[in-house]
Design a protein around this ligand. Structure first.
Ligand SMILES: [Zn+2]
Length: 259
């Protein structure tokens, strides 16, 4: 498989909050190709536009953000708040994996504040395991099965908490201090969301929230900004930490000792 990183998250701007800094570093420092996918087009992300209108805008914003890192945006065309673990959604994620053929896959934490995120996490976990199996969805005319299961990582849940408000501690953090400006520019590409929140809250909370969270994770490892991850280490999944090897991420013990 090629040096490709794929993030599959629920909504068009989730990658820019959770893992864009890591993707930027893989692209810039190691020449990896970035693919950024969302399960939905964010059709509920507006108070004054119809679902089809805001979806069109948000697909375009996702593509603009991905292009800033030379990447490709994919929308799997499910719908906000109607995301389920079913055959259709699993088929879409598997098709994408077999087309893009990533070595590293990033998705939501299995426990997050929102069910769309948790369902996406389950779908991606299953699809990553299934994509190398030749008989899985054999009739769907996908590309060839993957050679093996890619490395799977879970991003921090939003605000680092599960649905019961408990802290979710990352296994390791990736230093994104050197790419925070590009991450901000990618997030700012989602202008419809930024404007909506600016109007609603009266402050530019959209960018500030991302920056503040990055600073908090950075603090845990003694850098300005970081992103936290946990690796899926179940049977059949790669056991070596490729992301940590590539980006010199800090060890779990360091995260815990400084918490
Ligand atoms: Zn989301």
């Amino acid at each position: 498989m090629d040096n490709v990183a794929l993030s599959v998250l629920a909504h068009p701007d989730d990658a820019e909050f959770l893992c864009a800094g890591t993707v930027i570093r893989l692209a810039r420092e190691h020449g990896w190709l970035a693919h950024i996918a969302s399960m939905t087009a964010g059709d509920c992300g507006s108070a004054d536009r119809l679902p089809e209108d805001i979806s069109k805008i948000r697909r375009s914003e996702g593509a603009t953000a991905a292009a800033l890192v030379g990447g490709v945006y994919h929308c799997l065309e499910e719908r906000d708040l109607l995301l389920f673990y079913n055959e259709r959604a699993l088929e879409k994620v598997t098709r994408l994996l077999r087309a893009v053929r990533p070595r590293i896959v990033l998705t939501h934490s299995p426990a997050d504040y929102m069910l769309d995120h948790e369902v996406t996490s389950s779908l991606v976990r299953a699809a990553v395991f299934a994509a190398p199996a030749p008989n899985f969805l054999r009739d769907c005319q996908h590309g060839p099965p993957l050679e093996h299961v890619p490395h799977l990582y879970y991003c921090d849940p939003i605000e680092g908490k599960d649905a019961l408000g408990r802290d979710v501690t990352p296994d390791f953090c990736v230093d994104i201090s050197g790419v925070i400006q590009t991450k901000k520019a990618m997030l700012a590409s989602h202008a419809s969301q930024r404007e909506w929140l600016l109007k609603h809250h009266g402050i530019d909370h959209y960018i500030l929230a991302m920056r503040d969270w990055g600073a908090r994770r950075g603090q845990a490892i003694g850098v300005n900004y970081a992103e936290g991850f946990r690796q899926h280490l179940g049977h059949g999944y790669p056991q070596d930490n490729l992301l940590q090897t590539l980006l010199g991420a800090s060890q779990k013990s360091k995260v815990k000792s400084q918490k």
